[in-house]
Design a protein around this ligand. Structure first.
Ligand code: GTP
Ligand code: MG
Length: 298
């Protein structure tokens, strides 16, 4: 069968995690409308077995944090872990959602990509809200650069053209071993996915600078028959942020907890008792110790 690793890279918020979920047909990576949602590389496994072994395929996708100019040690870790995948994969998907001349971000990434020998595919995402003429221009500009082996337009949100993209990726894969069992969609532990679901709800419920300073730590995780008891701490960087997260009469935290619990129950297939605390850890994004505690270190 054909197998390989595929990196999904690009600026923050272009739809990398949404695209990976659309390919997998399952939610493995959290997605929000806030830039810098993804903080670690997230692996998602797409397997298609056929009666004729030669026709089967396993693609291990690596969704990466959006590449941006970092302002903290956390930002360094995020951008570095994305760039490190460039040479570690068999195919690179470079995602964009707008024209090149909009900012320096894409140009910076493009310069790096030019020096990478990995086959590269450009994915122009969010075509559902893109004028066809704008799409054409982005397509032509990138095609003229001669950096990409293929160019696809997709709507990750609506699943449009995703099958076509999968077929395009397949062309660049070679015969190889199956890396994971056929029914495995990610190799991250459930505890990690649970902490990500909680972080997603915090991001969705909060505005401004608060979300970027939030980290989740699972303190306890006990399975008791058809019930899983989970205790988690939401860390934020300032005392004033703690108040915002908890909200008037604890309403915000209750909302976060309820929406996280519903999704965690669906993931685990059992009842969940979720308890959340909010604590302050000042400037943790620049503390090596805190970063490694939260799993944001190699
Ligand atoms: N209209 C439209 N919105 C999309 C599409 N794909 C993603 N989005 C939205 O764009 C926002 C960002 O999506 P993410 O998948 O979190 O983006 P990302 O590139 O992983 O972002 P970071 O993890 O922050 O780097 C979300 O609000 C998505 O719903 C698309 O094809 N069309
Ligand atoms: Mg993401």
């Amino acid at each position: 069968m054909k197998t390989g690793f595929i990196g999904i890279v690009g600026r923050p918020n272009v739809g990398k995690s949404t695209l990976m979920n659309a390919i997998l047909g399952e939610k493995v990576a959290i997605t929000t409308d806030k830039p810098q949602t993804t903080r670690n590389t997230i692996r998602g496994i797409y397997t298609r077995l056929e009666e004729d072994d030669d026709q089967g395929v396993q693609m291990v996708f690596i969704d990466t944090p959006g590449i941006h100019k970092p302002h903290s040690k956390l930002g360094n870790f995020m951008t570095e872990s994305a760039i490190n995948t460039f040479n570690e994969v068999d195919v690179l998907l470079f995602l964009v959602d707008s024209a090149i001349d909009k900012g320096p971000g894409d140009k910076y990434i493009l310069e790096m990509l030019k020096n990478v020998s990995t086959p590269k595919i450009l994915v122009i995402n969010k075509i559902d809200k893109m004028d066809p003429e704008v799409f054409r221009k982005i397509y032509d500009d990138y095609a003229a650069m001669d950096v990409f082996e293929g160019i696809y337009g997709t709507s990750a949100l609506e699943g449009k053209n995703v099958e076509h993209l999968i077929a395009g990726i397949e062309e660049h894969l070679e015969e190889g071993p199956m890396y994971f069992p056929e029914d495995m969609v990610t190799d991250h532990p459930e505890r990690f996915i649970v902490s990500e679901i909680i972080r997603e709800k915090v991001l969705l419920y909060l505005e401004d600078e608060v979300p970027h300073g939030v980290a989740i730590e699972i303190e306890s995780y006990k399975e008791e028959g058809n019930l899983t008891r989970i205790g988690a701490v939401i860390y934020c960087e300032r005392k004033s942020h703690k108040g915002i997260i908890i909200g008037k009469q604890g309403k915000k935290l209750k909302g976060i907890g309820k929406s996280a619990r519903i999704e965690i129950e669906a993931l685990l297939g059992c009842k969940v008792f979720l308890e959340l605390w909010v604590k302050v850890k000042e400037n943790w994004r620049d503390s090596d110790f805190a970063l490694s505690n939260f799993g944001y270190k190699e």
